[in-house]
Design a protein around this ligand. Structure first.
Ligand SMILES: Cc1cc2nc3c(=O)[nH]c(=O)nc-3n(C[C@H](O)[C@H](O)[C@H](O)COP(=O)(O)O)c2cc1C
Length: 179
């Protein structure tokens, strides 16, 4: 799949690292990709839909049950995407994916798509190292999702450990290289 013109759905969930999604969008656009962002309600507490819309030059989808949309956004975006990437992905979102949940737009979209799905975790080290999160991340790999990161480094809490979102440039690079 050529990088130029690649259609990427970027899901942004409620992590303190959500602001870095703006850099990911910029990098993908610079590389010639088309990007459509989907925000969870918690994600919208950390980064505004306006920023993501302006940077991606596309509307941002947020609601699964939106009476203004005659088209079902989770299905239309799921079939539009050539790659679905969730960056950052919270512990809760990873748990929902591991269990095939579909109560939110982004959750339902991931279940509906046949495009490759990449998940970039971001959380505090204790959350990442919890056996429940470890088991959920392993389950994602079993289900065929790619799990990119996390990195070890300085975390929002000030501690150093595993759980840091991959650098935006690295996420873009993996996205462009993804088959
Ligand atoms: C200030 C703050 C920062 C947070 N950062 C993270 C984070 O980096 N990773 C994470 O897994 N959860 C984090 N959370 C918790 C999530 O926001 C919470 O689990 C939320 O329900 C996730 O929803 P979503 O996965 O639907 O976006 C944070 C919460 C707060 C209040």
């Amino acid at each position: 799949m050529a990088a130029r013109g690649r259609r990427v759905v970027l899901g942004v969930t409620g992590s303190i690292a959500a602001y870095k999604a703006c850099e990911v969008v910029r990098g993908l656009l610079k590389a010639g990709c088309e990007v459509r962002c989907v925000l969870t309600p918690a994600g919208a507490q950390f980064v505004t839909p306006m920023s993501l819309a302006a940077l991606s030059r596309n509307p941002v989808a947020q609601n699964l049950h939106d009476p203004a949309l005659w088209e079902m956004a989770h299905l239309s975006l799921a079939s539009w995407a050539q790659l679905v990437m969730i960056a950052p992905a919270t512990a809760d979102f990873i748990a929902r994916l591991a269990h095939g949940r579909a109560e939110g737009l982004l959750d339902a979209l991931v279940l509906s798509t046949r495009a490759p799905v990449a998940v970039c975790p971001a959380m505090d080290a204790e959350m990442w190292e919890h056996p429940a999160t470890k088991a959920n991340a392993a389950r994602l790999k079993d289900l065929g999702y790619r799990v990119w990161g996390p990195d070890k480094g300085e975390l929002a809490s000030g501690k150093v450990g595993w759980g840091r979102l991959l650098e935006p440039g690295e996420i873009v690079k993996r996205c462009l290289a993804a088959k």
